[in-house]
Structure formats: structure tokens, C-alpha cells
Design a binder for this molecule. Structure first.
Ligand code: SF4
Length: 730
């Protein structure tokens, strides 16, 4: 608490500059600066690197650049906490334009503490646009500092410093306010600061995330969005980075120095008109953000309840969309996480009084929550209380904890507690039953302190499973069935039992089970538009690639399909309608408008295919990337327990009779479950096989040589990797 009372001048005076570097600011041309800022914290070294044309042509920008530079930086033996692992903060050519909704995303690439392989995140806030306008397409951070440091980039003065910063808070809520005050010249200048931060939860768990800020001039508060999945915040704190601060003044409508402003404006006018006219009658993102999905998922039995056992619950109305519509502060212009986003879906709850933890009694601004936060914390933990959700969500952000990974992990531990795998002795007195809000909050606080059972819980599902088997003799098969993780990362918050395509969307995603690559529940389960294996494979070819593209160019994907033209469903049917062709055309216009290079849909998919396949090969390089790592827990495919089967008895009985051809007369639930399982597992395997083929991968899920050559990623070390793979395990 002592830290909070120090005035800004005193905090700043205590800084010790370890390294300083001057550069020529600006230099953006047609969306690119063609320079990377390299910072080495072990050596206190700061450098400018020019980005070769071949890298630009091959990897487009954003995540593509991140993958390429991380590949160069690490070897197959590099672990997440080795100094050579990097945190790469990427922009992308379209990033920073203010004419089109959703154009300010930062994309972050690193080796994950959860998966041991390459991870990517995307995040709102002003960091990436400021980074680019300062003069950098990406920021590459390597090495580890000895003591807590801040990296400061002054984009107007052209100066970067690494500064030891001993007295600022570590946790985000206070830290971002302190740093904004320290580095802004005056109150008006607050809007020119963006801070990347994390927290104590990140340093004491593997579930660390990054917060990226922008200043809300209406509320006069610093707001944050999250780069959440895969533990990037844990690396940030392991490198002893307290914060990255960027200062940039002078954003203009043409800061990107675009090639054809008319084309950019044409796309922008079209999407903005649509959002203003139709959002209220479609997803209502401007009113509730992604929370409109709560009721929708509940109605379709896809909302995760009690560790993904069920897809709905009678008490969901207590945390339903209507509740949030009342709680969220409505229609705030600064609910855009980058300038000019007409979708402005980054809502918040003002003046929420905290009941627990180090900030107990304070009235705070809680950002969001998003659909995933409510689905995970309320649904999956069985705690249908909006006040609990707000308290837990606030502390997740403050401590730098990924609310999705955390809620899936706690849900798993609650089931382990209720089934006797985890005892009260192990939890040191916490009664971790579903629905116990007090225990869940205490566990979150323990994670931030690195104490008690929080120390174990914070390692995530994968590590907990291993520990319970090795140390407590738990049955591995049951844990594998109910532990909702894949590739080391926890599932995000959708029940996939009735959507085979979404099972693939999770299991086949490069970084782990996240719907960032594919969200096919609506097309597959709700609308039945992709009934055959070939249809599903086509969807699992197209959509992950299309979605990857947003991360190459620096865009948010929400304005792609959370709004659609009024006649989209009349002109197009099925999967074509789901592509929202008019918006795809907008994106082609945007790319051409900014870079001057014409782009077709085929060209767009090709750009993504390069990055997507390279990321799959990166997984192979790190010792993963084959079909066995695409295995998902059985709970993602079907009922693991008797209660789960019986909750959907009619549906499963019907499938057994009509599809499997089983005479169920006189059969017990256990017998029926036993008959259903091989059928569902076989379906998943069949799906993987057709998807691998459609993607140009071999039967073991590795990009085939022809694919690698076609995509022109047949670099010598990639060919060497493939030769070694072919000589080894198949
Ligand atoms: S759509 Fe929402 S999340 Fe995306 S950029 Fe706009 S405000 Fe941010």
C-alpha cells in the first residue's frame, strides 16, 4: 500500500536509465515503416533492424512478421523462460487507419509457457498504432532484466530508454494510472500515452496476460484491453518488464500515408453506415458488446456450465444479456478501443465497489466483461451472480490473469474436488464446489500472491492433470476426459459436443483450443449448413485462413461478421453468407487502398496460408505439430459421466438408435455411453483426416512438401526440419 502514496515525481525520480537509443521518428509509407525495434534486456541493447523486402512480400506484416522473427530467435530447445524467447509486438499495414472499424489491434507472438510452442494474441488499445506512427512495424524484446524495468518509447522525440523502475505498482489498475500521469505532459496529453502491463498473477502462474491501455477522455480514466491466451504476461514478468510505455502525439487521418485514400474511405463509409443503421437490430454490439452471445449460446445448449458438462442452466438469466445491458455504462464514445471504430463494443461498468482483495472498498471501473468472461466465470464455475463476475473479472485484469484460462482451470478443479480427486487438505481448506464464489475469489487472490492452492491452480489444466496423476494417484483417463485442454492450453468457452466442425475448430487450431481460428457452431450445429465431412473440411480450410488474415494486417475481426449487410442472407446462402462477401471486398479495398497493391480473395487467403502453415511448421520445430497434439478431451465430443448423458438422454438415445444402429432397449446408461463413445471419437478422427487433406498436409497433420513449396516457405531450415521429420516419427 505504501507504493500507492508516492507522488508521480518521486516515482519518476527513482528511475535509473540503463540504456538509451535515438532514432529518426516516423517514416510510415503505405502502411509500413520497414523497420523493427529490437530491445535486449540482458545486454541493455537497443537497435533498429530493417525489414527485408523478401520478408515483407512473404509474410505481409503483423503476426506473419512475428512468426518469422521468433523463428529466427529461438531454437527447438528454447524454453519459454529462456532469455532468447521473445515477446514480439506487431502492427500490420492496415493497423492505425481511422476510417474503418476495428483497425488498431496489436498482435503479440511468443513461445508460450502453457504450450511450449509458438503462441499469438491480439489486443485492442492504442499501442500498435502509436508504435507504427513512431516509426516501427514491430517491437522485438529479447533477454531478461535483472530488476523490474520499464521500456519507454517516445515516438515524437525519437528516443527509446530502458529504465529501472522500482516503486511503481506491478498490478495493472494502479500502474497504468501512475505511468500515464508520469509520462503525460498535462491532462490533455493523457490520450497520447499507451501502456502495456501485466501483474502479480502473471508472475506467479502460467496464465499471465497483457493489458494494453488507451485513455478515455470522457471518463477521464485509463482503459485496458487484454492479450489474454497462452501466458504471454507470464513471460513479460519473467523478463522483469513492469511496463512498456509508448508516447505519440499527432495521429492524423492519413498517418499511414496510404496509397489511395478514396478506396479506404469507400470501404469505411460502407461499414460505418451499416453499423449505425443495423447494429441495433442485429448483434447490438454498441449496447452489450459480445455479451449478446450469452442468451444465444444458452438457447442452443452451447454455453459451458460446470466444467463443460452442460450447455445451459435455468439460472443463466441472472447473468443473461439483459442484466448486462442494465449494468454496462451505455453508449460511451470512448468505448472504441482504437480511434474511429464505429462498433465501439469495449464497454465497462463504472463505480463498482470491490468486496475482497487488496483494493477492497474501492470503487473501480471494470472493463467489459466479454462473453467469454461471463460464460467462464458464471457458467463454467456455476456461480450465476453478476457481482461475482465483475469482482473476479476486475481482479483477473488487475493481476494480469487470463480470465478464460483461469475459469476453465478452476472449473476443472471444482469437478476434481466434487469427485474426490482434489481433497480439502490439498486445497488447504478451500471448499471448491461449483457455485462457491468465496472460494473462487480466494483462489484468484492466492494465484496473485503465489500462495496456497492458488500456486497449483495457476499452472493450468495440463500441469494440474500431470500433478494429480503423479503425486496423488488420480486416474489418468478420467482426468484426460474432463480436463478441457489441448496442446497445453485451456479451451475457450463454447460447448462443442454437438458441433463436430467446432471440435475441429478447437483441436486443429495452431496455438491451442481457441475460437480465434474457427467459430463454426452457428453454421454447423444451429443452421446445419455444413452437413458433410467435405463441407466441414472446406469450412475448416477457409475460415481459419480468413481469420488469420486479420492478424497479418492489424485488424479486429469483430466488424467482419458481428454486423452484416441487410441483404447478405438473401443474396448468399449457407457458407457463402457466413463469409459476408461484401465485407471481404471491403478488406480487399482496404489493403489496396493502404498499400497500393491490388488484392483478391484468393490473394488474401494465400497471404494467410503462408503464415498459417509456417506456424504449423513452427509447432513441429518445437517438438509438436503432428496429429497426436490435435487430440481433444472426450468431454469436447460427448458425455463423460452418467449425469451428462442423462441430461441429454433423448438426443443421445436417438443417435444410438438411428445412427449407430444400436438396440437400446433394456440398456443401462453406462452401456449406452460405452456404445456412443467409439462412434463420436471415430467421427472426430475422420474429420481430422479430411481437414489435413484439404489443407495440403500429410496424414499425420504436417504440411506436405508440395504445400511448403507452393507457399514459397521452403527455406533451408524448413526443408531440414521436414527431412528430419520424415526420417523420424510418422
Ligand atoms: S469492434 Fe470492439 S474490440 Fe474491435 S476494435 Fe472496435 S471497439 Fe475494439
Amino acid at each position: 500500500m505504501g507504493e500507492k502514496t508516492r507522488p508521480a515525481e518521486e516515482l519518476k525520480e527513482a528511475h535509473r536509465v540503463l540504456a538509451s537509443f535515438e532514432f529518426e521518428p516516423g517514416g510510415v509509407n503505405r502502411g509500413y515503416t520497414d523497420r523493427a525495434l529490437y530491445v535486449n534486456l540482458s545486454e541493455n541493447r537497443i537497435e533498429s533492424k530493417s525489414i527485408p523486402k523478401e520478408v515483407k512480400d512473404r509474410f505481409t506484416g503483423g503476426r506473419g512478421y512475428g512468426l518469422w522473427y521468433l523463428w529466427q530467435a529461438v531454437s527447438r530447445d528454447t524454453k519459454w523462460n529462456d532469455p532468447e524467447n521473445e515477446i514480439i509486438m506487431c502492427t500490420g499495414p492496415i493497423c492505425g487507419i481511422t476510417q474503418y472499424a476495428g483497425s488498431g489491434k496489436t498482435h503479440v507472438v511468443s513461445l508460450s509457457p502453457e504450450t511450449g510452442s509458438v503462441n499469438d494474441n491480439n489486443c485492442g488499445g492504442y499501442f500498435a498504432p502509436f508504435l507504427k506512427f513512431s516509426g516501427w512495424d514491430l517491437l522485438e524484446i529479447q533477454g531478461k532484466a535483472e530488476k523490474d524495468v520499464i521500456i519507454l518509447i517516445d515516438g515524437n522525440k525519437g528516443k527509446v530508454t530502458i529504465e529501472q523502475a522500482p516503486y511503481e505498482a506491478v498490478d495493472t489498475y494502479l500502474l497504468v494510472e501512475q505511468l500515464t500521469e508520469i509520462y503525460a505532459d498535462d491532462e490533455k496529453d493523457n490520450r497520447n500515452i499507451s501502456v502495456v502491463s501485466s501483474g502479480t498473477g502473471a508472475q506467479n502462474t502460467r496464465l499471465g496476460m497483457l493489458n494494453i491501455s488507451w485513455y478515455d477522455t470522457q471518463r477521464k480514466r485509463v482503459r485496458v484491453k487484454q492479450a489474454a491466451r497462452g501466458g504471454t504476461g507470464t513471460i513479460f514478468r519473467d523478463k522483469k518488464i513492469k511496463a512498456i510505455v509508448i508516447k505519440y502525439k499527432g495521429v492524423k487521418s492519413d498517418s499511414n500515408k496510404v496509397a489511395n485514400m478514396d478506396l479506404v474511405m469507400k470501404a469505411g463509409r460502407r461499414i460505418n453506415k451499416e453499423i449505425l443503421a443495423l447494429d441495433h437490430s442485429q448483434s447490438r454490439m454498441r449496447e452489450t458488446g459480445t455479451l449478446y452471445l450469452i442468451d444465444h449460446m444458452q438457447n442452443h445448449d452451447c454455453l459451458p456450465v460446470c466444467n463443460f458438462k452442460y450447455g445451459s442452466h435455468p439460472d443463466i438469466f441472472k447473468v443473461g444479456t439483459k442484466v448486462w445491458q442494465e449494468k454496462l455504462t451505455q453508449q460511451e464514445p470512448y468505448d472504441s478501443c482504437w480511434m474511429g471504430c464505429a462498433m465501439r463494443c469495449s464497454h465497462g461498468v463504472d463505480n463498482f465497489e470491490l468486496k475482497t482483495g487488496p483494493l477492497k472498498g474501492q470503487k473501480v471501473l471494470v472493463d467489459g466483461p466479454e462473453y467469454e468472461t461471463v460464460a467462464g466465470l458464471a457458467g463454467n464455475l456455476g456461480i450465476f451472480d453478476p457481482y461475482f463476475v465483475l469482482e473476479a473479472h476486475f481482479y483477473c485484469d488487475n493481476y494480469g490473469l487470463d480470465a478464460v484460462g483461469l475459469s476453465t482451470s478452476i472449473a476443472f478443479l471444482m469437478e476434481c474436488y466434487e469427485t474426490g480427486i482434489v481433497s480439502k487438505e490439498m486445497t488447504q481448506g478451500l471448499e471448491l464446489n461449483f457455485g462457491n464464489a468465496g472460494a473462487a475469489l480466494e483462489l484468484i487472490h492466492q494465484m496473485s500472491r503465489g500462495e496456497g492452492f492458488g500456486k497449483i491452480a495457476g499452472q493450468g489444466v495440463h500441469a494440474c492433470k500431470q500433478l494429480f496423476v503423479q503425486k496423488y494417484d488420480a486416474e489418468p483417463k478420467f482426468l484426460q476426459d474432463i480436463g478441457m485442454g489441448c496442446k497445453g492450453m485451456e479451451f475457450s468457452e463454447y460447448v462443442t459436443k454437438e458441433s463436430l466442425a467446432q471440435q475441429g475448430g478447437y483441436g486443429l487450431a495452431n496455438k491451442g483450443p481457441h475460437h480465434d481460428e474457427a467459430w463454426l457452431i452457428s453454421m454447423d450445429q444451429i443452421k446445419n449448413q455444413i452437413p458433410t465431412f467435405d463441407d466441414k473440411a472446406e469450412a475448416l480450410y477457409y475460415f481459419p485462413l480468413f481469420r488469420t488474415w486479420f492478424s497479418l494486417v492489424g485488424l479486429c475481426k469483430l466488424p467482419w461478421n458481428d454486423i452484416e449487410p441487410a441483404d447478405n442472407q438473401e443474396i448468399y446462402q449457407g457458407m457463402e453468407a457466413a463469409k459476408v462477401p461484401e465485407h471481404v471486398q471491403n478488406y480487399c479495398w482496404l489493403f489496396e487502398g493502404v498499400t497500393g497493391k491490388p488484392l483478391t480473395l484468393e490473394g488474401l487467403i494465400l497471404q494467410s496460408e503462408v503464415a498459417h502453415n509456417f506456424q504449423r511448421l513452427f509447432n513441429l520445430k518445437m517438438g509438436y505439430g503432428t496429429s497426436k497434439y490435435d487430440t481433444i478431451p472426450y468431454r469436447a465430443m460427448g458425455p463423460v459421466t452418467k449425469e451428462e448423458y442423462e441430461s441429454r438422454k433423448e438426443r443421445y438415445d436417438k443417435q444410438l438408435k438411428e445412427i449407430v444402429g444400436l438396440d437400446i432397449e433394456g440398456k443401462s446408461t453406462e452401456e449406452k455411453m460405452e456404445a456412443l463413445r467409439p462412434y463420436r471419437e471415430e467421427q472426430y478422427q475422420k474429420l481430422c483426416d479430411v481437414v489435413y487433406k484439404r489443407r495440403g498436409w500429410d496424414t499425420n497433420g504436417v504440411p506436405a512438401l508440395e504445400t511448403v513449396k507452393r507457399l514459397k516457405i521452403d527455406f533451408p531450415d524448413v526443408l531440414k526440419l521436414l527431412r528430419e521429420y520424415r526420417g523420424g516419427e510418422k
